[in-house]
Design a binder for this molecule. Structure first.
Ligand code: PMP
Length: 365
């Protein structure tokens, strides 16, 4: 009724940690050159879009999705290098898979479990761990953005994490961690913890732990179609030991991948060559952009194996404000972590958009 105070209702019902949390902020990008979210700037060619349109028109939207997702899973396994005998779990983006895994491990014998990642890391690791009711422990990486292996191993001893996220390449830094360091972490955890190799940027890095799944029962590999050019359909996939996946499967909401996504993903997986070509063009532009950035006075460019580049500028706030005036949207990393003071992150895009960014950046320096 009119006498119910919504604020009291919220205090009485909503968890304190949720009330105190901020929202996941996505800036309004309309009218901007959008270089803040690692999207592929290229669309499918017109004739493929027309064909996809027909497939989507034929989809039975009155029905729930085919619950087993058999065809889609088979296309993923066959097209994207999942080892024989390994299946995939599908998520509404890898964001949902992060949440599913965090939920599945969050409590052990009435105690909050620990979820760990080297930091700075993708922000959803910490957010999802918290919302799932687990504790999150971030272990700082080194100034050159490599893993601090002794610190990771010590933190594993101390906190006994049930789940460790290792993004390969890492976001927001863009680098690949040393594979041998990652193996040392996987082996140190053994039966006590699951390692997630988050390979969101694998289409650009080309390196992967997928082929090594049979070596490590406590390893799972998570990927997404987002960066490959299908951010809008929201499809992530996770591979690992079938028995372990079956446990995560229990937490997955039914029908989490909708019919439109299913149809679009199956279509795209039949045309992976087109998406791979786009990734090649973006990798060539990454090289060009990195070289041109490195030549700018006062700019420090960090090596990237992903479709974005992190760099340090003299004054990140000023650069971002100036770029915004020029209608170029990038990500200011400055406040995220003390390692990232005056750092910004830019998505690699088309030659034209990259040049627009370079021009605006030069003017801001
Ligand atoms: N992992 C990493 C490392 C990411 O950078 C992102 C996207 N920013 C994701 C996962 C989530 O991707 P999506 O939900 O679009 O699959």
């Amino acid at each position: 009724s009119g006498t119910t105070s919504i604020d009291k209702l919220i205090t009485n019902t909503i968890r304190e940690d949720v009330r105190n949390a901020g929202s996941y902020v996505v800036p309004d990008a309309s009218g901007y050159i959008k270089l803040d979210a690692m999207e592929n700037p290229y669309e499918l060619p017109d004739e493929l879009r027309a064909e996809l349109g027909q497939r989507l028109a034929d989809a039975a939207l009155n029905r729930y999705p085919v619950a087993s997702y058999t065809t889609l899973k088979q296309k993923i396994c066959a097209g994207l290098g999942v080892p024989a005998g390994y299946d995939v779990l599908l998520g509404n983006g890898s964001d949902e898979l992060i949440s599913i895994m965090a939920t599945a491990v969050a409590k052990q014998g009435g105690q909050r479990a620990v979820v760990m990642a080297p930091t700075p890391a993708f922000v959803m690791f910490a957010r999802s761990a918290g919302f799932a009711g687990a504790d999150y422990v971030g272990v700082p990486i080194k100034a050159d953005f490599s893993l601090d292996l002794p610190a990771m191993l010590a933190a594993i001893q101390t906190h006994k994490p049930a789940l460790v996220f290792l993004a390969y390449p890492n976001n927001p830094t863009g680098n690949l961690f040393d594979a041998e360091d990652m193996v040392a972490i996987i082996e140190a955890l053994g039966e006590t913890g699951i390692v997630v190799a988050d390979e969101a940027y694998q289409p650009f890095a080309k390196k992967s732990f997928m082929g090594r799944l049979p070596e490590f029962p406590n390893l799972v590999v998570m990927r997404t179609l987002s960066k490959l050019g299908l951010a809008g359909i929201r499809l992530g996939y996770l591979s690992g030991d079938p028995k372990l996946l079956a446990e995560f499967e229990k937490v997955r909401p039914p029908y989490n991948v909708n019919v439109l996504t299913q149809v679009a993903a199956e279509f795209a997986l039949d045309h992976l060559d087109v998406l791979d070509q786009q990734a090649e063009m973006l990798n060539a532009e990454r090289t060009r952009l990195s070289t041109e950035l490195a030549a700018l006075p006062g700019v420090e460019v960090f090596p990237s194996a992903a479709n974005f580049i992190s760099l340090r500028v003299p004054d990140a706030d000023q650069v971002c404000a100036r770029l915004r005036d020029e209608k170029v949207l990038i990500k200011n990393l400055s406040k995220m972590d003390k390692l990232l003071a005056n750092c910004i992150r830019v998505t690699v895009s088309t030659p034209e958009e990259n040049t627009a960014f370079l021009t605006a950046l030069k003017a801001s320096l």
